[in-house]
Design a protein around this ligand. Structure first.
Ligand code: IVH
Length: 746
């Protein structure tokens, strides 16, 4: 056999084994044997570069990074589906059938969660005009839609939905998804435009976030965001490392047509090498349809991926054309969207978490209960006011749901089930519960006027250590890569660091030998603890050194995590002060703190200018009396003095890189800049991250603040701008597009 023949033979065999493994779960060979065949193929391909094929099984690792995505027109547009929402019970309606005598004698009106689905079905029956059909019901997967085109059984391209007519070409990324076939078997149609949902399963998603945390990268909020973010990557090799999967559910153009019903299509999927939903029903009546939908809602949380509804389709494909579509969606399908699952459980106790800035957050400790695919035993209660509003008390039976299928929350108390003793005890009081002491350091707690949260006012409180450290090393603070929550937690636990500045005393040895918690593998098996290791330890030490030597004053101010001192306030402070020592003995801050209106979060520039001692500084809106008071308190506290002394001992003296306390008289060059003295707010989706535009504006002498006010000069607005745009329009602030900004800079 020639090498070229062997290459073809190996590719066919590998495509087939892939299909057996992923779709039919009946592998004929072991993983090792598979790898052996793959290696043989890789060697042969290396020796015969002319035999390259993007659909070879060796190409899953991802090719060279792309410059950007090109556009692809779908052969058949990707329509959306009509959403049909499950109906919430109103206060008067009973959510469940009557349970006791009283209810039977004065029945509450019955609640029908399916009212909208009944309406949809009635309309469908009318449109069908007597023609019979069954329906199909399947899970609506909460992932990212893709459309793949196979010509002559070879994958030609993969595209995102885009605007429905054209989408991004993400072929290189999709090729790396192992459960997607690159080549189809003989019985597949010559032309197949097939659609599905790319997603990450729960275990893989949890593992990915854990790795990100350890690497000091921000976690994804849910698996759909993680999937969408991954598919948008320009480097397919990075995509190949992410655990993506895909389930197929529909099609665009198919030639020749080889199926007459959605069922036929569904059955063909695994034969051709595609994953299909394992859960599928075929109700023939409205009653059966409602039962199937209820059954799916009951079982969907057992799936390993996120679902948010049931997709209902007319089974007989020949009827689809006759039913037609509206401008937005076909009449032969709908998506029944489930309300978030709610469960009752008992509130065992309330614990109080101490955040980075000392904010005390009450957390519900619950009798564990399975909600939306995970066991929930805790839920944030936000703050004392929220607890009082819902009158939540320890010992109550409460109703739990996951907001957006992610964050557990307490919906309400089932007051009928409140024990008499709990009733007698009266409403929950956070300070009484804590004896007016921080649960971590036992220091005093306070609730400043005008704030909803109680706070521990001890800056050296150990409970704040981990969050302080991760804030200190965050991207916008000192940008210390490799110091995420996992590492910070271990350092605090082992007593190696109690405050951020302790990081600078760590030795290579201490870091390298740090043992991190074991990672959970996809199958849920526990692996061993992992050493941090020399390589990562050295990188961390190098980054720390760089932070010490190169980071400007405003980054240090922000990194300290003083309440109310955000990024722009820190910049304004470093414009007004050259060093930390200057800041600590500032005469501006006490004057500012003394301004009336302490409760207001900021005080406008104009009012500051009415005060002679402040006027020459032209202090902007990011620095108001509240922030000034926080700084004064901090620098006069023992904790603040300790920080300064510690920095001195370490020999650090960060310098301002924007020092210009009297902007009108000092830097003439600066006022020549095109945006000098102009204040911007950025909103909406732009072509680049906001930080890019922020830096651009600042380089040209402008300032960027977080909220629109009378002193805002321009709003840079991207797509989907919301409330800020509305406010800017109301205040007649000039609104700029990206292009208009470019013009302004020129
Ligand atoms: S069928 C015209 N089936 O939901 C109907 N879509 O909200 C074609 N989706 O664009 C789609 N699970 O991306 C279908 N089992 C399923 C689905 C599903 C998720 C997505 C799909 C669609 C969107 C509509």
């Amino acid at each position: 056999m020639t090498d070229v023949d062997r290459i073809a033979e190996l590719r066919n065999a590998l495509h087939r084994h892939n299909r057996l493994y992923y779709q039919e779960a009946e592998p004929e060979i072991s993983d090792a044997e598979y790898d052996q065949l793959l290696n043989e193929l890789r060697d042969l391909e290396e020796r015969h570069p002319d035999q390259q094929d993007p659909n070879s099984p060796t190409q899953r690792v991802g090719g060279a990074p792309l410059e950007g995505f090109t556009q692809i027109s779908h052969l058949v547009p990707m329509l959306s589906i009509e959403d049909v929402h499950e109906v919430k019970p109103t206060a008067e309606e009973s959510p469940s059938p009557p349970t006791d005598q009283d209810d039977l004698f004065s029945p509450k009106p019955a609640h029908n969660p399916y009212a909208n689905l009944v309406t949809w079905h009635t309309r469908l029956v009318k449109n069908l005009d007597g023609r019979p059909t069954t329906l199909t019901v399947e899970p609506k997967i909460d992932g990212v839609a893709v459309s793949l085109l196979y010509r002559d059984r070879q994958l030609v391209y993969a595209a995102t939905r885009g605007d429905g007519a054209t989408g991004d070409d993400i072929t290189a990324n999709v090729r790396t998804i192992e459960s997607i076939p690159l080549v189809l078997p003989e019985d597949a149609p010559k032309l197949l435009e097939i659609r599905g949902e790319v997603f990450m399963n729960d275990d893989d998603f949890a593992e990915l976030n854990k790795q990100r945390d350890e690497a000091g990268e921000p976690a994804f909020v849910n698996s759909r965001n993680a999937t969408a973010g991954t598919l948008k990557q320009l480097d397919p090799r990075l995509v190949a490392k992410r655990p993506l999967d895909c389930i197929f559910h529909s099609f665009g153009r198919v030639e020749p047509t080889v199926f007459a019903t959605m069922d036929d299509f569904h059955e063909a999927l695994p034969r051709w090498g595609f994953k299909a939903s394992k859960w599928l029903r075929h109700p023939a009546s409205l009653e059966a349809l409602l039962e199937c939908v209820a059954e799916l809602n009951e079982h969907r949380h057992e799936f390993r991926y996120a679902t948010d509804g049931a997709v209902i389709k007319v089974n007989d494909i020949t009827l689809h054309e006759g039913l037609g579509s509206t401008s937005r969606f076909p009449r032969w399908a709908c998506a029944f969207k489930f309300l978030p699952e709610q469960k009752e459980t008992v509130l065992k106790t309330i614990t109080i978490q101490v955040g980075r800035t000392g904010v005390l957050t009450p957390v519900a400790e619950l009798e564990p209960v399975f909600v939306s695919r995970t066991t929930v035993s805790r839920a944030t209660l936000h703050n004392e006011e929220e607890i009082l509003r819902k009158d939540i008390r320890i010992g109550d039976t409460v109703l739990i749901e996951k907001a957006g299928e992610i964050i557990p929350s307490v919906v309400k108390v089932i007051t009928d089930k409140r024990p008499e003793a709990v009733n007698q005890a009266g409403p929950f009081s956070l300070p009484d519960f804590l004896n007016h002491r921080c649960p971590s350091c036992h220091g005093p707690i306070e609730k400043p006027e005008g704030f909803v949260a109680w706070r521990c006012v001890n800056f050296e409180c150990p409970a704040q250590a981990v969050t302080r450290m991760t804030h200190f090393s965050g991207r916008k603070a000192l940008d210390i890569d490799g110091l995420g929550e996992a590492v910070a937690t271990k350092l605090v636990e082992k007593g190696l660091a109690a405050s951020p500045l302790d990081l600078f005393d760590l030795s290579l040895d201490q870091l390298a030998n740090l043992l991190l918690d074991p990672a959970k593998s996809g199958s849920g098996k526990q692996s061993k603890e992992r050493r941090f290791g020399e390589k990562r330890a050295q990188t961390l030490l190098d980054t720390l050194r760089r932070a010490r030597e190169e980071m400007p004053l405003h980054r240090w101010i922000f990194a300290m995590g003083i309440p109310h001192i955000g990024e722009s306030t820190a910049k304004e402070l470093s414009r007004l002060h050259e060093t930390l020592a200057q800041l600590a003995s500032s005469s501006i801050l006490p004057a500012l703190a003394d301004l009336p209106n302490y409760e207001a979060l900021s005080i406008s520039k104009r009012k500051k200018e009415n005060h002679p001692e402040l006027a020459p500084f032209a202090i902007d809106d990011s620095l108001g009396p509240v922030a000034a008071q926080e700084l004064v308190t901090f620098f006069s506290s023992e904790a603040g003095r300790n920080v300064l002394a510690r920095l001195d001992d370490l020999g650090f003296n960060p310098q301002s890189d924007n020092y210009a306390p009297h902007p009108t008289t000092s830097s003439e060059a600066e006022s020549d800049l095109p945006l000098a003295g102009k204040t911007f707010v950025i909103t909406g989706t732009l072509s680049q991250p906001r930080d890019h535009f922020k830096a651009l504006i600042e380089q040209h002498g402008g300032k960027v603040t977080g909220s629109v006010s009378k002193s805002t000069d321009y709003l840079l607005a991207g797509e989907k701008a919301g409330s800020k745009l509305a406010k800017a329009e109301k205040l007649q602030v000039q609104i700029l597009s990206e292009d208009a900004l470019t013009d302004l800079l020129a």
